[in-house]
Ligand binder design. Structure first.
Ligand code: DLL
Length: 437
């Protein structure tokens, strides 16, 4: 196979040199972090008051883990390392409550992120002759703009299509001769169903590759998308706290995701003991970003469960590979690529006095896509045969949830005391989607 590399000198850098580069970049990040109110205090507690206090990569372990809640506590500017005038963009993602986790970027941060994205995209064999239809959400979500910038950096013709409206998506694929797609795996499967319904012939399309990520999926799902759409599917992993996509990506070997170790220091820990797992064992991924000035983050607990491949990759890249994410060590749900914490839903519904004491969140498959249903009891004294106020309440719950979690759920109202109660810990979430990872 002919492999292509965006930055061969870095992608194939010998490990010792790569680690020296990590150390140099870690020291720079420490310098940035000492300018943030959050880390100034945390680093000084660890006896780190200047970049020179970091002598080896092991010194990183002196800093305690950073969690999503820390970002919430530091909201909005506690993690910002530069004057606001130098910031050119922010992206944000769901927190466990209504407070989002917000990440800031300088002009150079965006350039670096685009470069990592270009590395990912080019490494799958794409070139400037490709037409790239980016069918993922643009906006505060990092998937849209992240891939958009990366595609432009490679020189592809980028169509900022965004998600939804499959008829329009097919029309664009035919009109512009799209060769590369990006979407969540569930949307790619949904697209195939709609293709059949719309009578669009695969031969009328020029598709070659698709990037699929932002939510977990199995090797079987990849194979199914590849067989149905007749494209090569590449897994793409990232999270908004680490810029977004571009953290780890598959190369043409399609055996694990190379994590860009000049941009991220990677640890895998046991989420209970917080100790490192043995090489090759599954645990929670912890990341330190080395490529962002405006919002440094050390030892960030991603909550994603994975393990390292222990063998080097046939492509010659020296950056280690991660197995696909097999789950999370917290209760975050990913519904059609959108992250939702049950606590966000609870916060919304429990603030309404018409809502009773018990509720259940149901997530299931509806065709290829995910469907969220919120079942909630109404307060005692509200009668189930009085439909007008019940319909109004349903609408209110739906709209308030849509505003808070960006998903419009189906809402079911139940009589007070009628939803099942479990002995012991309440079971608030029923996720019946197949777990075939
Ligand atoms: O999902 C960034 C992204 C956009 C990645 C487009 C890939 C493509 P967040 O919204 O912050 O950012 O969600 C991050 O999504 O911690 C994982 O739990 C999950 N996730 C992302 N990619 C994958 C993947 C974006 N390939 C959270 N496989 C992460 C499994 C994934 N889970």
């Amino acid at each position: 196979m002919d492999f292509q590399y965006w930055q061969p000198e870095i992608e194939k850098m010998p490990r010792a040199q790569l680690e020296a580069l990590q150390l140099q970049k870690l020291k720079e990040e420490i310098g940035f972090a000492l300018r943030t109110s959050f880390y100034k205090e945390r680093l000084s507690k660890a006896g780190i008051n200047s970049a020179d206090d970091i002598k080896t990569l092991d010194d990183l372990k002196r800093i305690s883990f950073t969690a999503k809640n820390d970002l919430r506590d530091g909201f909005p500017y506690g993690f910002l390392s530069i004057p606001k005038e130098e910031v050119i963009r922010l992206h944000s993602s769901s927190g466990t409550t209504g407070i989002p986790t917000t990440i800031y970027f300088t002009k150079d941060d965006i350039k670096r992120w685009s470069n990592y994205m270009a590395r990912c995209i080019y490494g799958t064999g794409c070139t400037k002759s490709d037409v790239f239809q980016n069918m993922i959400t643009y906006g505060l979500f990092t998937g849209g703009l992240g891939f958009h910038q990366g595609g432009e950096e490679v020189g592809m013709l980028v169509i900022p299509a965004g998600p939804g409206n499959t008829t329009r998506q097919f029309k664009m694929m035919q009109d512009y001769g799209t060769t590369v797609l990006h979407a969540t795996p569930s949307f790619l499967l949904h697209l195939e169903t709609k293709m059949k319904e719309a009578g669009v012939k695969r031969e009328s399309l020029s598709l070659k590759r698709a990037f699929a990520g932002a939510e977990p999926y199995s090797e079987d799902t990849r194979r199914r998308i590849e067989a149905l759409l007749k494209v090569d599917v590449y897994n793409s992993y990232g999270l908004s706290e680490m810029n977004g996509p571009g953290v780890a990506f598959e190369c043409q070997c399609k055996e694990g995701l190379h994590i860009w170790e000049d941009g991220y220091i990677t640890e895998i820990i046991n989420p209970d003991t917080l100790e490192p797992v043995k090489e090759g064992e599954t645990g929670e991924l912890v990341l330190t970003i080395l490529c962002r000035e405006a919002t440094p983050l050390f030892r960030y607990r991603t909550r994603d469960l994975t393990s390292f491949y222990t063998e080097p990759c046939k492509c010659g890249r020296t950056h280690r590979r991660l197995h696909r994410i097999t789950g999370r060590s917290d209760d975050m749900l990913i519904i059609n690529g959108v992250n939702v914490f049950p606590s966000q839903i609870e916060e919304v519904i429990m603030s309404m006095k018409e809502v009773g004491n018990n509720y259940l969140i149901v997530v299931e498959k509806d065709g290829a896509l995910d469907r969220l249903t919120v079942k909630t009891e109404v307060s005692a004294g509200i009668f189930m045969d009085d439909t007008r106020p019940l319909n109004a309440l349903k609408e209110k719950i739906k709209e308030t949830l849509q505003a808070s979690i960006s998903i419009s759920p189906k809402v079911e109202l139940h009589e007070s005391g009628s939803l099942p109660v479990t002995e012991g810990k309440a079971v608030r979430v029923k996720d019946t989607r197949p777990k075939d990872v």
